[in-house]
Each structure stands twice: as C-alpha cells, then as structure tokens.
Ligand binder design. Structure first.
Ligand SMILES: [Zn+2]
Length: 410
C-alpha cells in the first residue's frame, strides 16, 4: 500500500541528469521511482490509498544533512543578544562559558526552535557537538536530547561529546567525555590538539582510546592553520589506520586545508581518501573552505554543517543547510553547474556518508527523507536558495512552504 505519491518531480542524484519521475512512498521508504507510476506502476504497486501531491516539475533532493552544528549553544528564537565574544578562540570560549547560565543555555526550548527551523528548511539528519566541561557536565546532552525528542520523527540527531574548553588542559574533562559515551553519545570530539591543548599526540591518543573502548566515532574541531594543522591531519590519518577506524573519523573546519600549497593539498586529500578520514566544512571564519573539487577528485569524503547559530559565538545563522551549501560554494568559487553540484552533494550524500547513514538517497528502498524546490537546475537551487515547497521525513510530510506540519500521530 502506497502512503504518498509525489507526482511530476525531478529527482536529483549527484552526477546524473535530471529526469521527470513520480516517487511512491510506502512504510517510510521509497517504493518506486518511474516517469508515470499511475500508468506504468499500476501492475506492481497499489496506489489506491496514497495521498497524491503534484510537484509540478520541482527538483527533488534527498534530505539535507547538517553534519556540524551546536544545538546546545543556540539562543535561536529567543531575544536578540548582542555578541560579546571578541575575536580570539580563547576569548570566545571564556565568553561562551561565562554567560551561558545568565542567558539560559543550554536550553531545550532554543534547541527545539532551531531544530524546527532546520526541518522546515529540509534538513533530515543533524550532527550536533555538545559542550562537555566540569561546570555544565552532561547538561547540554540532556537539553538537546529533550529537544530532539520533541522533534522525533521529523529529524534525527546524533551527538558529539565536545571538549570545547580543552581536554588535557582541563581537569575532569576526560572522565566526563567517558561518562557521555557511556551514556550513549555516539561521537567523541576534540579541539585543536596542538593549538589549544598543546599536546597533539596526547589528546589524539586519548580520543582514539575512548572511541575504541566505547565503539564511538571521532570528530575533531581543528582550527590550527598552516603546516601545524596539516601535520595534525597526518597524526589523525595515522591513528585512523592503526585503529582500523576508516569511515568513522572526521576533521571539522580543517582551516589549514584551503591554504596549503596545491601539491600538499593533493597529498593530504589522497591520504584522507585512503585512510577513510572525512572533512567537514562550515564556511565560517576567515580561512578558505576545504576545497570541494579537490576532495571530490581524490575520492575523499566531505560534508557541510552550519556550525554555531545565533549563540554566544556568533550572531549569524538560520539553520538553513541549502543556504550553507550556497555559502560553501560561493566561498570556494565554484562556478560551473557540475562544480556547484559537488557542494550540493557534500550537503546531502557527503554528510550521509560521514554520519554513516544507511538507506540514504532517492533510490528504491531508501528512507523517504527528501525535499522539493522550484528551480530549473540543481545549481540554480544552490544559488537561489528557493523556498522549500515540500519536506518529507520517513515518508511523512513534515513541512510545506517553509512551515512545519503538525506532528502526525504515531
Ligand atoms: Zn563547531
């Protein structure tokens, strides 16, 4: 029995031309994709009970994947708070920790506000870093889990235990990270092993040990630039190979990558691909984004995230992943349609690969997580950031024209 029939859309798969097709959805999965299902599919699928939505030629994209954000930090939907973070990493960390109690973060309400905006804009899966330190403990994990529970069925949220204030330099943090992993947090995070903790081998050995013992993935914030940052990529690649963690390790931000000499960039990209280490870029800060074309040519995984949104670190952001894909594409000077589509692939399939999502995409059998936008070409959707006319998660319509649908009863 088909639950939903999306008629007359043009599904997008990276590297393939668009073609008109209907999409039939049953039990949360894509059951059939063909040009005219009512004529051609009548023999094989039962369309009698389906809700029919005419997409009128809209492009259908697989659900957007926000591979890097900070739901615990956000004040989204709350009063305007002028930014007092300053311009240094240390100053922002102090400001972030110093004012969060006064401003009521981490907050399940603010996190739910942001998740709602993400859903309305077509994001179906989110990886959020959560600050872990002696003052907040696991309070951020609890707040974001509560927000995610309110949006259950409309977006999936994966958590990273993130030592924002330092790992080795902060007594008690390693034990708190371990407690978070024991509590079911899926990913262990790091922060500038050299530039902040000043002991790269020490921090990375600790992270890989924690990940191995708890079956966790790894995602390291790495702002360190130049040869220092590049050397840390090598340390992460070496440890990933040694521990057999290919496909489970990511370097977030990776500010050094875009500024390296071309030969050096190429060697790093090849080594990332070989070791199964991903990069996640957010187009924040002054450093160049991770080069999108180079990563694709090397076969290395690249994902995109929104990073901080309306928090004590930044006054900017709206949670819209298509806009973030636009910013990455713009910052990387991607010009031709195939180049721009590489950025869109990073914001969709790339994120799904980095998060290890199964049954992702628009093929038969995939989870029915998708969105529809009016655009003549995928590149135009990235450039124009059009309204999302329809968002579907797990086969249910969760938003139309930018407005969240009422939760459906289970
Ligand atoms: Zn971040």
């Amino acid at each position: 029995m088909t639950d939903l029939l999306l008629k007359g859309g043009r599904p997008w798969t990276p590297g393939e031309p668009l073609a008109p097709a209907d999409i039939a959805i049953a039990d949360g999965r894509i059951a059939a994709v063909a040009p005219d299902l009512e004529a051609e599919g009548a023999q094989v699928i039962d369309l009698d009970s389906a809700t029919v939505i005419d997409l009128e030629g809209a492009i259908v994209l697989p659900g957007l994947v926000d591979a890097h954000c900070h739901l615990d930090k956000t004040m989204f939907g709350g009063p305007w708070v002028p930014n007092t973070g300053g311009r240094t990493l240390e100053g922002r960390i102090r400001n972030g920790e110093g004012r969060r109690a006064e401003l009521g973060v981490p907050s399940p309400d603010y996190a739910a506000n942001l998740l709602s905006a993400m859903v309305a804009a077509g994001t179906s899966v989110v990886r959020s870093h959560i600050d872990i330190d002696p003052e907040v403990g696991l309070g951020g994990v609890e707040a974001v889990r509560e927000a995610a529970a309110r949006l259950a069925g409309r977006v999936d949220v994966e958590l990273v235990a993130f030592p924002q204030g330092g790992l080795l330099t902060r007594p008690g943090v390693p034990a708190l990270l371990e407690a978070a992993l024991r509590d079911g947090v899926e990913v262990v995070g790091g922060l500038d092993p050299a530039g902040f903790d000043r002991d790269p081998a020490g921090q990375l050995d600790l992270l890989f040990d924690l990940a191995e013992r708890h079956g966790a993935k790894i995602d390291v914030h790495l702002h360190d630039q130049g040869l220092l940052g590049a050397w840390e990529y090598e340390l992460i690649i070496e440890r990933t190979k040694a521990t057999g963690m290919a496909g489970r390790v990511a370097i977030s931000h990776a500010y050094a990558m875009g500024g390296l000499e071309p030969d050096h960039q190429r060697r790093i990209a090849d080594a990332l691909a070989e070791a199964g280490v991903a990069m996640i870029t957010c187009a924040v800060g002054g450093a160049p984004v991770v080069p999108v074309r180079l990563m694709a040519e090397a076969g290395a995984r690249l994902a995109i995230g929104n990073d901080g949104i309306r928090d004590l670190w930044t006054p900017y952001g709206d949670g819209d992943m298509l806009r973030r894909v636009n910013q990455v594409s713009f910052r990387d000077r991607l010009m031709s349609d195939p180049e721009i589509e590489l950025a869109l692939a990073a914001g969709t399939h790339g994120g799904a690969a980095v998060l290890g999502l199964e049954r992702y995409g628009l093929a038969v059998g995939c989870n029915a997580d998708l969105l529809a936008v009016n655009a003549s070409a995928p590149a135009e959707a990235v450039v124009g950031v059009p309204p999302r006319r329809l968002v579907v998660k797990g086969g249910a319509v969760v938003a139309r024209d930018g407005v969240l649908s009422a939760p459906h009863s289970p």
